[in-house]
Design a protein around this ligand. Structure first.
Ligand code: AMP
Length: 146
């Protein structure tokens, strides 16, 4: 597959996992003018993409290197791994950083205890539990911890 034929100008972002978060990101980033490819192991997941989504949707298991190669991960300026599995997200993020030297790598982590470890590897992490806690504390007027 020649992904480049589908691309608009600007960076190329590879999203792994087309769940609620992945699909939403793909839709908004595509609308903002980015080239997007999104991978999910379940083809039904792509139903969440908006009808106007013009990026590339690829079925495949992101823990398999051939899937990442088919998505031309080496050309990505950013890789965002938001499957529902922390181990998968960590594995994809580490491969993207170490093997393909991708500049911006973001992984969703459900387990907040693992978050700080990955910052040391230059991987940005999004932890829904931590973000939700911060937002709820803000609504409750709880002062931020130092
Ligand atoms: P959600 O829980 O709504 O954020 O959805 C997570 C998505 O990640 C689902 O659509 C899963 O099919 C997808 N997913 C989970 N593991 C993998 C994997 N190894 N490769 C590709 N997609 C995956």
């Amino acid at each position: 597959m020649k992904l480049s034929a589908h691309k608009k100008n600007g960076g190329y972002t590879l999203i792994v996992g087309c769940g609620r978060l992945g699909a939403n990101l793909a839709n908004t980033l595509y609308d903002s003018g980015q080239n997007i490819a999104i991978i999910d192991k379940n083809p039904e997941a792509f139903r969440k993409l908006s009808p106007s989504f013009g990026g590339i949707a690829m079925t495949g298991d992101a823990t398999e290197i051939t899937t990442l190669n088919n998505a031309e991960i080496e050309k990505a300026t950013a890789v965002i791994s938001v499957t529902n599995n922390d181990n998968t997200n960590i594995m994809v993020a580490q491969l993207a950083k170490e093997m393909y030297s991708i500049g911006q790598v973001i992984a969703r982590l459900y387990d907040p205890e693992r978050e700080c470890v990955y910052h040391e590897f230059g991987i940005d992490t999004i932890c829904p539990a931590v973000l939700s806690t911060k937002e709820i504390d803000k609504l409750l007027g709880v002062p931020e911890a130092e």
